[in-house]
Design a binder for this molecule. Structure first.
Ligand SMILES: NC(=O)c1ccc[n+]([C@@H]2O[C@H](COP(=O)([O-])OP(=O)(O)OC[C@H]3O[C@@H](n4cnc5c(N)ncnc54)[C@H](OP(=O)(O)O)[C@@H]3O)[C@@H](O)[C@H]2O)c1
Length: 360
């Protein structure tokens, strides 16, 4: 039974993060009810179908959807599903639309949610990095949260917003924003050849099946654009010069060929690391965001500094501001992972739901 304080959720994207989110919501249901918070998952969608029930999906429907996706099937094989596009007409003011896709095609749907007056939560970075003229509406919309897009479950966006809303002014944000590239830099620093470090990162599941997607630096650049725009600096992704960690000659070859040919880069990276070690420095793939612009690429950090002593896939974000001028405000910890990402999305949903209760 729905009560008047119920919040309806549409989860767009039912992959690893979407499924973990739904499991977390189900496990927290008793606790939420105790605090008078009634979240109803009314819609679950993958790329092909929407499972929808106006009164909220039943536990049996949700369990069955999880089982189908766990077996690699589409939701469209389930009974009485709808087209994904029908979300646009089913969304109502006060509902929450959650984007846990990795799709570049959800922007129009999110802008529709803005028009309707629904809440929006994103783990998907791509819609926030489109041309500013189109995306501005998302950044100025009061009912949107996107904490997990940078640093997964770490409170990076919330901290930046708190600093700015209390009148602090930003000098710079310096961050190691990719767990994959953090792992790679640590391996290089320990003397592992570049090609071996890439293969190890891939076999540990730190990279996408095609490691060049991570090595391109695009994911870091997107996070940098989101931070910059959140800070009121409307950077364009297309204006950034992004330093990739592989040569352009290897851009077009197959993944297998890339992995075979990666040892061509070993000598160059070993030379860089040897030089850096002699200078007491360590390679770090960083994003540097200032009011003047964004730089994304390989940097050399003093080994004794917090950035230089970072180990493995942990993220590191340092806010240098008017108040935190002598020493920056630093957030560090695991910046990827399905459960922490889903938890960040869950936290955003709860915050939007609380804000909506307060208004009503
Ligand atoms: N994993 C992490 O550590 C992490 C951290 C921070 C942020 N994120 C972000 O979280 C998001 C989800 O990641 P994931 O690992 O869960 O991805 P995933 O496993 O690939 O799942 C993506 C889901 O989105 C669905 N989808 C694709 N296009 C769609 C569309 N147009 N409309 C509706 N659904 C669509 C897919 O449908 P099918 O099942 O039909 O293919 C799939 O269910 C990504 O944007 C990722 O960058 C992940």
């Amino acid at each position: 039974m729905k009560n008047q304080n119920a919040i309806n959720l549409f989860v767009l994207g039912f992959g690893k993060v979407g499924q973990a989110l739904v499991r977390q919501i189900l496990s927290a249901r008793d606790l939420l009810n105790k605090h008078g918070m009634n979240l109803h998952i009314v819609g679950l969608s993958d790329s092909r179908a929407l499972l929808y029930r106006d009164e909220g999906l039943t536990a049996t429907q949700i369990q069955s959807a999880l089982t189908h996706k766990g077996q690699g099937q589409s939701l469209e094989i389930m009974d009485s599903t709808h087209s994904v596009d029908s979300i646009d007409r089913l969304l109502k003011p006060g509902d929450i639309l959650v984007d846990t896709t990795a799709s570049p095609h959800t922007t129009a749907r999110l802008l529709r949610a803005v028009e309707v007056g629904s809440g929006i939560v994103l783990a998907n970075k791509i819609p926030l990095c489109g041309p500013w003229a189109e995306t501005q509406k998302l950044f100025t919309y009061p009912n949107i949260k996107y904490e997990s897009t940078v640093g997964a479950g770490l409170p990076v966006i919330a901290t930046l917003k708190y600093l700015l809303s209390t009148g602090d002014s930003l000098e710079s944000i310096v961050g190691c924003l990719s767990g994959t590239l953090g792992y790679l830099c640590s391996c290089l620093e320990e003397g592992l050849p570049y090609s071996q470090a890439v293969k190890d990162a891939r076999s540990l599941g730190y990279t996408e099946p095609d490691p060049r997607q991570d090595l391109s630096g695009m994911d870091v650049a997107r996070k940098a654009v989101i931070l910059s725009r959140t800070a009121g600096i409307p950077a364009e992704l297309s204006d950034l010069s992004i330093e990739p960690l592989y040569p352009t000659e290897l851009e077009k070859v197959s993944v297998e060929e890339f992995l075979q040919l990666a040892d061509q880069e070993d000598a160059q990276y070993a030379g860089l690391v040897n030089w850096a070690t002699a200078e007491q420095k360590a390679p770090r793939y960083t994003a540097r965001i200032t009011p003047e612009g964004i730089q994304v690429g390989l940097d050399l950090a003093n080994k004794a500094s917090p950035l230089g002593s970072l180990k493995g896939p942990d993220n590191y974000i340092a806010f240098q501001t008017n108040r935190y001028s002598a020493s920056p405000l630093v957030i560090s910890g695991p910046g990827a992972g399905i459960e922490v990402t889903a938890a960040g999305v869950f936290g955003d949903i709860l915050q939007l739901a609380r804000e909506s209760h307060r208004r009503s």
